[in-house]
Structure formats: structure tokens, C-alpha cells
Design a protein around this ligand. Structure first.
Ligand code: GLP
Length: 236
């Protein structure tokens, strides 16, 4: 894994932008895997204000809350429209359907989409418990898209976007760990002290399903872009 530490989110996001721009300009970017949350916001802002053209690039998102319609302003579909797609059109955009009543069928549908759209660059954030997508500690490294139960820790962390913790959905559809690992290139970003322990375990810890992001040590093209706070617990 490569790790680069920047002064702040803005500078790290600028670096992510440059990697994306280089792949796009070399005609190597056909499908992007996208994440939600506060972590990629600065990057999306840079993309929106850039002259990069994504009209020949498709996007597949990592996850979606179970039970939320795409029109719900807490859904990840809504988030992506607001922060990226509205201003920067992509060829096609895919995200699990939070309202699907048959979860198994929805997972199969999304896995088929991912099979048809191999991801060239996957953008990742990380949970404070080192989850990626919504793959919580204990998730099998072999997992494909699945319906997952959110941990109390994740519900607590994400309640800031809802009126109360009770309003946070308890389940989500998420690309699995194996789905994420099949991306050709992965850019993981992490900002703030709340991510420092997760980054330490991801980079310096052993590879274990208790630390979902630790599997990234086995991927041949991963770059972690951190701010100084998120890197503050690393030894070197
Ligand atoms: C959520 C998302 C993840 C995201 C993580 C971190 O649980 N499912 O994809 O990486 O939170 O969120 P944030 O970037 O807001 O810290």
C-alpha cells in the first residue's frame, strides 16, 4: 500500500483528483466506484469545478441504506445527485435500490451490474471501526454485495445526518469486500483524529476480518491519502 500524508483534506483531495484526471486522460477510466460520507466531499467539489468530462464514464456506488427511497434526502442516491451527478453528468450511475423488497434479488442485480462494469478506480472512506462501504468488522473477505446490519458504532457516527439515532436505518445494502478488492485501483481517504486508530490498524495491523480495511494490504494498487490527524497514530 502507498500512503501519503497531507496537511488537510483539501490537499489530499487535490492529489486524488490528479490521480483520477491522469487515468481519465489516458483513457483508463471507464467505471468509477464512488463513496458517500464527508470524506469524499472535497474531492467531489474539485471534480465539479474541474473541466474533466465524465460523460463516457459510468459510476457505481458502494452502498445504500435499506428502506430509503432515492428521493429521501438522507439516501446515498440523493447525496450523490446533490454533490456530484447534478453538476457533473456521468454516462450511467448505479447504486443499490434501498427500497427493494427482495434483498437477495437486489444483491444479485447489483452484483451483475458490477460484473458488467469492472471498476477502474474505487474511492473509499473508512469508518472509525475500519469498515469500508458498510462492511462492518467480521464481514467475510469473500463477500459480494449483501444486506448488512449496521453496528451501534456506525449508527452513532452517522446519526449526525439524521434527526436522531432512531432515524438512522439499521441495515444497508453494501458492495462486499471481494467486490471492492476487484477494483483495479483504490484510493482510500481518511481525515481527522476519529480515523487515526482505523488507519493505524489498516496500515500496520495484521490482516483480519475484524479490521475490514486491513485486506487492502493484499491489493496491488492502493493509495491511502490522509491528513496529519488521521496519520497521527502511525509509527513512521
Ligand atoms: C459510512 C459509509 C462509508 C464511509 C464511512 C465514513 O458508513 N457507508 O462508505 O466511508 O461512513 O464516513 P465519513 O466519510 O462521513 O467519515
Amino acid at each position: 500500500m502507498k500512503l501519503e500524508v497531507y496537511k488537510n483534506q483539501e490537499e489530499a483531495s487535490q492529489r486524488a483528483y490528479e490521480i483520477i484526471a491522469a487515468e481519465l486522460n489516458n483513457n483508463q477510466l471507464h467505471v468509477m466506484g464512488l463513496a458517500t460520507g464527508s470524506t469524499p466531499l472535497a474531492l467531489y467539489n474539485i471534480l465539479v469545478n474541474s473541466d474533466l468530462d465524465f460523460s463516457n464514464v459510468s459510476a457505481a456506488n458502494l452502498d445504500e441504506y435499506k428502506g430509503l427511497e432515492a428521493s429521501n434526502d438522507q439516501s446515498y442516491a440523493y447525496f450523490m445527485r446533490e454533490h456530484l451527478f447534478k453538476q457533473k453528468p456521468f454516462l450511467k450511475t448505479y447504486i443499490p435500490d434501498g427500497t427493494a423488497s427482495d434483498a437477495a434479488k437486489e444483491c444479485d442485480r447489483y452484483n451483475a451490474i458490477l460484473k458488467d462494469h469492472p471498476i477502474d478506480i474505487q474511492i473509499l472512506g473508512i469508518g472509525s471501526n475500519a469498515h469500508i462501504g458498510f462492511n462492518e468488522p467480521g464481514t467475510s473477505f469473500e463477500s459480494q454485495t449483501q444486506l448488512v446490519d449496521l453496528t451501534p458504532e456506525t449508527i452513532e457516527a452517522n446519526k449526525r445526518f439524521f434527526e436522531s439515532a432512531n432515524d438512522v436505518p439499521k441495515q444497508a445494502f453494501s458492495m462486499g469486500i471481494a467486490s471492492i478488492m476487484s477494483a483495479k485501483k483504490i484510493i482510500l481517504m481518511a481525515f481527522g483524529t476519529s480515523k487515526a486508530e482505523a488507519i493505524r490498524l489498516t496500515v500496520e495491523g495484521s490482516i483480519t476480518e475484524d479490521v475490514p480495511a486491513s485486506i487492502l494490504q493484499n491489493h496491488k494498487d492502493v493509495i491511502i491519502l490522509c491528513d496529519e490527524e488521521a496519520a497521527s497514530q502511525l509509527k513512521k
